[in-house]
Design a protein around this ligand. Structure first.
Ligand code: 5AD
Ligand code: SF4
Length: 495
């Protein structure tokens, strides 16, 4: 082919329509984004193509996600870039290129990565052409990088949370370098838009509305791993939601570590509640969810917008962490037991059909059985519909790591008490909806029984019902015939 496109001259909105095989990669790369990354994707395509020709088969890539919804969304971006760079995306870690998108919120997430990495290393011994990459929150920790350099030297590429948008450029550099390539940034102001994304689901998608966190809860490593809070411009968010809707997406989940402080620092001064109102206006979007809310700054305006809305789902994830005011203070959560209770009960009063879920940490330094009594008191009074319970994990560099730790046996004992309390309220809440007919978004065919499909109610509960694959992605009225603890069996209404 002798007709070359100079990517520098392509407008950002047009980039996704460009035939990358015709892009000139013999000139220098653009020094502005996202054109620069498209240049490197074009360059990768040539490398991948020639390797694929040599092997007589496509090159396969696989990404494994650890951790939260934010990471799941980041992985969709990684896969979008890999596919655009010429790889065929697969689920198997037997692939030519494997990337782990890591989490470090609790130590067990780190241990899982080391364990699986051991297996990958063994696979690479048999197939030296295999390339292994690591990215995400865990890579922002210096001690992790040192350990990888020392004991996992077979890893080809390591980058962090702030330079994920440079993945195509790093891939190219990896192909051209021998040994481990490491690129970790401490922080960034950059938010690069318009890179390719490969969505896992056709009918629902996460949408980042902000990055990082400024709260510095004393146990939490996220502000160190994800950096300072930065909100994405409302116009860019709405443009993304509109284009998702055009693509057939029915449900969006707005993502941020603390969505209630969305807009701080933005020139247009838009609040989260106002952003929700705008998202609600997008035709084709039928359901809106968001994660995560911090109880210290959840506004009455937000409760009002949720109450009036037909599209915002009847579900609020409101992390409690502890019900003890003393522990909350040590956690630097900036609310107390009374504030949380008053807020949760106000939400229940204003929006009676809402489900409230939460996160609870057990075994924070200095936590006593009496503190846990307070947590259980809040669980019973709010009657959580669902709760994620975590044993406290000591994270190097956080203030709580230096406090006196609770012995593991004591943590385990208190954990069991909290778990039974949340299971009890969750069961009671679930039972209340038995017999009702509610709209469910059909999400997938049941993995164990192909005659069943799995639906999700507005309140985030799951219902299994007879159905067929063509129903996936549609919203149907389903009668909840039987409550089985934390999920329902249901029937579709006909006619
Ligand atoms: N130990 C245990 N759980 C933690 N979380 C965050 N940091 C820690 C830690 N060091 C939990 C919090 C948060 C959720 C995402 O993870 O409950 O809401
Ligand atoms: Fe961590 Fe607290 Fe920020 Fe949540 S709000 S990410 S728990 S520091």
């Amino acid at each position: 082919m002798d007709f070359y496109i100079d990517i520098k001259n392509i407008a950002t909105e047009e980039l996704k329509h460009v035939d990358l095989d015709r892009v000139n990669v013999h000139c220098s790369p653009p020094d502005f984004e996202p054109q620069r990354q498209y240049y490197f994707m074009a360059k990768c395509r040539q490398i991948v193509k020639s390797e694929s020709k040599r092997l007589g088969r496509p090159l396969y890539a696989c990404s494994v996600t650890f951790g939260c919804q934010m990471n799941a969304r980041d992985s969709e971006k990684l896969l979008g870039i890999l596919e655009t760079a010429g790889y065929t995306v697969v689920d198997s870690e037997d692939a030519d290129f494997v990337i782990y998108n890591t989490c470090t919120v609790r130590d067990n997430a780190n241990q899982r990565v080391y364990g699986r990495l051991g297996h990958l290393g063994a696979m690479k011994k048999k197939d030296p052409h295999k390339r292994i990459a690591l990215c995400g929150c865990m890579m922002q920790e210096q001690c992790v990088i040192e350990k990888l350099q020392k004991s996992y030297s077979f890893v080809d590429l390591i980058f962090g949370t702030h330079n994920l948008y440079k993945f195509a450029e790093l891939l190219c550099a990896m192909f051209e370098s021998d040994g481990m390539l490491i690129d970790i940034w401490k922080d960034t102001d950059a938010i690069v838009e318009q890179l390719p994304v490969k969505r896992k689901y056709s009918y629902k998608s996460g949408v980042n509305i902000m990055f990082g966190c400024n709260n510095f809860c004393s146990y939490c490593i996220v502000p160190y791993a994800r950096g300072r809070e930065r909100s994405r411009g409302a116009r860019e968010i709405l443009r993304e939601v509109e284009s998702l809707a055009e693509d057939g997406v029915k449900e969006v989940m707005l993502l941020g570590q603390n969505v209630n402080s969305y807009g701080n620092g933005l020139a247009d001064g838009i609040s989260f509640a106002e952003l929700l109102r705008e998202v609600e206006k997008v035709d084709g979007i039928e359901r809106i969810r968001f994660m995560t809310s911090h109880p210290k700054d959840l506004s009455d305006e937000l409760i009002g917008v949720m109450k009036e809305s037909d599209k915002i789902c009847r579900h609020l994830h409101l992390p409690l962490q502890s019900g003890s005011s003393r522990i909350l203070k040590l956690m630097n959560r900036r609310y107390d037991k009374e504030h949380y209770l008053a807020l949760a009960l106000k939400i229940r009063r204003e929006i009676p059909d809402i489900a409230i879920s939460t996160d609870i940490i057990i075994g924070f330094p200095g936590e006593t059985a009496e503190d846990v009594d307070d947590t259980i008191d809040v669980i019973r009074r709010v009657a959580f519909d669902n709760a994620f319970t975590f044993q406290y994990s000591r994270r190097t560099g956080t203030p709580a790591a230096a406090m006196e730790q609770v012995p593991p046996e004591e943590v385990a004992r208190q954990f069991d008490r909290v778990l039974s309390a949340v299971q009890e309220t969750a069961r009671e809440r679930a039972k209340l909806l038995e017999g009702q007919t509610l709209p469910a978004l059909i999400e997938e065919v049941n993995e164990k029984d192909a005659s069943l499909v799995v639906g999700r109610l507005s309140n985030n509960m799951i219902v299994h019902l007879k159905g067929t694959p063509d129903m996936v992605g549609t919203i149907r009225p389903v009668t909840l015939t039987e409550c089985r603890g934390f999920y329902y069996m249901g029937d579709m209404e006909h006619g």
